[in-house]
Each structure stands twice: as structure tokens, then as C-alpha cells.
Design a protein around this ligand. Structure first.
Ligand SMILES: [Zn+2]
Length: 221
């Protein structure tokens, strides 16, 4: 029953985004893909005191958009709420992302939820590698903030639901970001990823990055 509710909820809502992402075509998720992502997403939503997938699925209100990006390269994106169709947010995952270890996929989805809850400025679909220095610093500050949010959230899911691992945040960064940029990764990006991974390790080990306090249900509109 639970599986069915998740599958029904995470149906394709492509109108929320364009027909491609970074030049790769989008497609509708298969049932097993919706189930896998739903099982990862649900404890994150509940740890944020947001409605569970079952609650959202049973209501006539907003849904969560979900689409698959056709590439074996690894990446995940979140896009903000939309009014028509009524979506809390939309998740886009590459086919490659669906093959990485579960805890790493959970870490990167937690990172995307961080961008949405913290109301970060959405990144354009353009080449972030060539942005001016000032804009670059602003982007990296948001990335660090979303990493930190994800680590606090993963600590919470570990304590409450016994799933997730904050160690997976740094593992995801070290493995998957170079996978996305490949040999075209710039020295600036390479350095930024190393710093983020080191910071994620430190935050994961630190008692100062405490599990999140209860968040108002309206945090994700
Ligand atoms: Zn990010």
C-alpha cells in the first residue's frame, strides 16, 4: 500500500521544467525508480516535519514533481515550487544517480532540499564554470550552506529513522562531482569540491552541527 502511494505520488510532471536538462532528454520514471527515490525522500521529508509522501499522495493538494534525466553521468537537481501545476518542488535525477549507493543518493537529495528550504537563488542551466569571481563565491557559499543543512538533516534521519549517513555527503562530493564535470573540471571547481568535502567531513564529525530543530511545515511552500 505504501509502495503504491509513493509510486502514484512521484508521477512525471514535466511541465515544471524544460524538455531537457543540460542538453539531456527527460523521461518519465519507471515504477521501481519512483519507489527507490520515494523510500529515500520520505524520511527526509518527515525529519523536516513536512507532509509524508503518503499524506501528499492522499490529498488533493500540491504534489512533488519527479523526472529522470537520460545520462549515466551522476547528478541531481531540485527546482522550486510552482503554482500550476501545484508542486512543492521537483526533483530531477540522472539515470547514473539512480545507480549510486543509497546513502549517497540520500545525501545529495538532502542537499537539494537544503537549497529549497533555504530559498537559495536557483542556478541557471548555463556553464557555471565560467562565471565571474564574485558570483562564483556566492554560488559556493550556497553550496556549503546546503551541504551543512544536508548533514544536519542526515544526522536527524539517522537518529530518528535509522537511515542515512552524514559521512555519505563527502563521499558523494568526492566521487560524483568529478564524474559530472569529467576532464573539463576547472582548477577552481576541483579546489571548491575538495574544500566542500573536507568541510562536510568536519561537520559530520562535529557535535556543533546538531540535528535540525522542528521546522514549520510551510518551510517548503
Ligand atoms: Zn547544490
Amino acid at each position: 500500500m505504501r509502495t503504491r502511494a509513493i509510486a502514484l505520488l512521484l508521477s512525471l510532471l514535466l511541465t515544471a521544467c524544460g524538455p531537457t536538462m543540460h542538453g539531456y532528454a527527460l523521461r518519465q520514471p519507471r515504477h521501481d525508480e519512483s519507489r527507490r527515490v520515494g523510500e529515500i525522500l520520505d524520511p527526509l521529508l518527515m525529519a523536516l516535519e513536512l507532509p509524508s509522501l503518503r499524506t501528499i499522495g492522499a490529498s488533493k493538494g500540491c504534489k512533488i514533481g519527479f523526472a529522470i534525466v537520460r545520462t549515466d553521468r551522476v547528478n541531481v537537481w531540485g527546482s522550486p515550487a510552482t503554482a500550476a501545476p501545484c508542486l512543492y518542488f521537483t526533483l530531477l535525477l540522472t539515470e547514473g544517480a539512480l545507480k549510486i549507493p543509497r546513502d549517497q543518493l540520500m545525501a545529495t537529495i538532502a542537499h537539494e532540499l537544503g537549497h529549497l528550504v533555504l530559498r537559495h537563488t536557483p542556478q541557471s542551466d548555463g556553464p557555471t564554470l565560467t562565471v565571474p569571481a564574485e558570483r562564483w563565491r556566492a554560488i559556493q557559499a550556497q553550496e556549503l550552506e546546503a551541504d551543512r543543512f544536508a548533514i544536519a538533516l542526515l544526522k536527524q534521519t539517522r537518529i530518528v529513522y535509522r537511515v542515512g549517513s552524514c559521512e555519505a555527503m563527502a563521499r558523494f562530493l568526492r566521487r560524483s562531482v568529478p564524474d559530472w564535470y569529467g576532464t573539463t573540471i576547472s582548477a577552481r571547481m576541483d579546489q571548491a569540491i575538495s574544500q566542500r568535502a573536507e568541510s562536510a567531513d568536519a561537520d559530520c564529525a562535529s557535535p556543533d552541527v546538531a540535528p535540525l530543530r522542528p521546522t514549520p511545515a510551510a518551510a517548503v511552500p
